[in-house]
Design a protein around this ligand. Structure first.
Ligand code: PMV
Length: 323
C-alpha cells in the first residue's frame, strides 16, 4: 500500500487551446499560454492498495461512477503501465471552487492527480514528464504543473507536447476576477468540444494565427505592457468562441450575463481602467486587471445584475506534493 497527496491550481489561458491534432493522446492543435490561479486548488490523495478490487473515485465527498470514473481509470492505467503496477487505487479529490463552469477544474484535477498518482506508484517524474502525463487527462492540465505564467508547446510527438514556465508568479501583479454568471455544470465539456472544433470553417484560420498571437502575448507579458496584452487576449478568446459557435454541433457558452460583463469591461477600458476579459468553455467571465485596481474591478463586477459572485486569484505556483 502506498499513498501520496498533491495540490494544483487551475489556470486561465490568455492564448487558448481548442482542438486536438490527436484526440487519444490529447496532442493540442495549437500552442497556448496561461496563468496559474493562486487560492483556487484541487487537492488529491491517491492510495494504491492490493486489497482493493477496483478503482474508486470520490470527488468533493461524492462517490463517482460512469464517465468521470472511466476517465480516472484510463489515467490510472497510464500510471500503472509506467510503474509496472497492478494495484487498484482509491482517489479522493476536493476542489475549493465550482466545477464545470469554465474555471478549468480538469486542469487542476489532472495536474494534482498526475503528481499524487505517480508519487504513490513510486515514480519520480521530472516537471516535463509530469506535464506530459497531466496532458493525457486534460490538455490544459499540462499547464498547471509548472509555476506562474506557462506556455504549452504544441507538437506532433507525444514527448514534445508539454508545458514550461515562462515567468514566475511574482513577475507581474495581475489578478483574475472571475465573474460567476452560472455555477451549473456545462452541458458540453471540452473533451467533446475539441472534437467538434475541426468542423468549424474558422478553426484552421484560428490555429494558423495562434503562433503570432502567442508571440505578441508573451512579449506583452514579459514587458508588462497591459494595453498590448489586453488586445491580443480578447482577440484570441473571441476567435475561440467564433470557432465554438460555428462548429457542428454549435457550442454557445455565453449567457446574457456573459455579454453584459463583456460590455461593461469594454466601457471601463475606454474610460482608462487597465482591464480585459477572456472566457473559457463556460458562461463565466475572467476579468484580468492589475493588482492595484482589482478591488475596484471586483466591486464594479458585483454591481452587475447577472453576476452571482466574484472569485479573485493572483498568479499561482506549481503543482506540489503535500507531505
Ligand atoms: O483541458 P481541456 O480539455 O479542458 O481544454 C481547455 C479548453 C479551454 O479551457 C476552453 C481553453 C484553454 O486553453 O484552457
Amino acid at each position: 500500500m502506498s499513498e501520496a497527496i498533491a495540490r494544483a491550481h487551475p489556470n486561465i489561458a490568455f492564448i487558448k487551446y481548442w482542438g486536438n491534432r490527436n484526440h487519444d493522446l490529447r496532442l493540442p492543435a495549437n500552442s497556448s499560454l496561461s496563468m496559474n490561479l493562486d487560492g483556487l486548488q484541487s487537492e488529491t490523495r491517491v492510495r494504491f492498495d492490493s486489497a482493493l478490487s477496483k478503482d474508486q473515485f470520490i470527488l468533493n465527498g461524492k462517490n463517482q461512477s460512469a464517465e468521470p470514473l472511466q476517465r480516472l481509470i484510463s489515467f490510472l492505467n497510464i500510471v500503472r503501465g509506467k510503474a509496472s503496477l497492478r494495484d487498484h487505487a482509491l482517489v479522493e479529490s476536493h476542489n475549493n471552487f465550482p466545477a464545470g463552469a469554465g474555471i478549468a477544474s480538469s486542469a487542476s484535477a489532472f495536474a494534482a492527480l498526475a503528481l499524487a498518482s505517480s508519487k504513490a506508484a513510486g515514480l519520480e517524474l521530472s516537471e516535463k514528464e509530469l506535464s506530459l502525463l497531466a496532458r493525457r487527462g486534460s490538455g490544459s492540465a499540462s499547464r498547471s504543473v509548472p509555476t506562474g505564467f506557462v506556455e504549452f508547446h504544441a507538437a506532433n510527438k507525444d514527448e514534445d507536447s508539454f508545458a514550461t514556465s515562462i515567468a514566475p508568479p511574482k513577475h507581474w501583479a495581475l489578478v483574475d476576477s472571475i465573474a460567476i454568471v452560472n455555477e451549473e455544470h456545462k452541458k458540453t465539456g471540452s473533451t467533446d468540444g475539441h472534437r467538434f472544433a475541426e468542423t468549424s470553417p474558422f478553426q484552421s484560420i484560428r490555429v494558423e494565427g495562434t503562433q503570432e498571437r502567442l508571440k505578441q502575448c508573451k512579449q506583452a507579458l514579459l514587458e508588462r505592457d497591459f494595453e498590448a496584452f489586453a488586445e491580443v487576449v480578447e482577440l484570441d478568446s473571441n476567435l475561440m468562441h467564433a470557432v465554438m459557435m460555428s462548429s457542428q454541433p454549435p457550442l454557445l457558452y455565453w449567457q446574457p450575463g456573459t455579454l453584459e460583463i463583456v460590455q461593461h469591461v469594454r466601457q471601463w477600458r475606454r474610460e482608462g481602467l487597465a482591464v480585459c476579459t477572456t472566457i473559457d468553455a463556460g458562461p463565466n467571465v475572467h476579468v484580468i486587471s492589475l493588482q492595484e485596481d482589482s478591488d475596484e474591478v471586483s466591486a464594479r463586477l458585483q454591481e452587475i445584475s447577472g453576476v452571482v459572485k466574484v472569485l479573485t486569484a493572483k498568479p499561482g505556483g506549481p503543482a506540489t506534493e503535500v507531505s
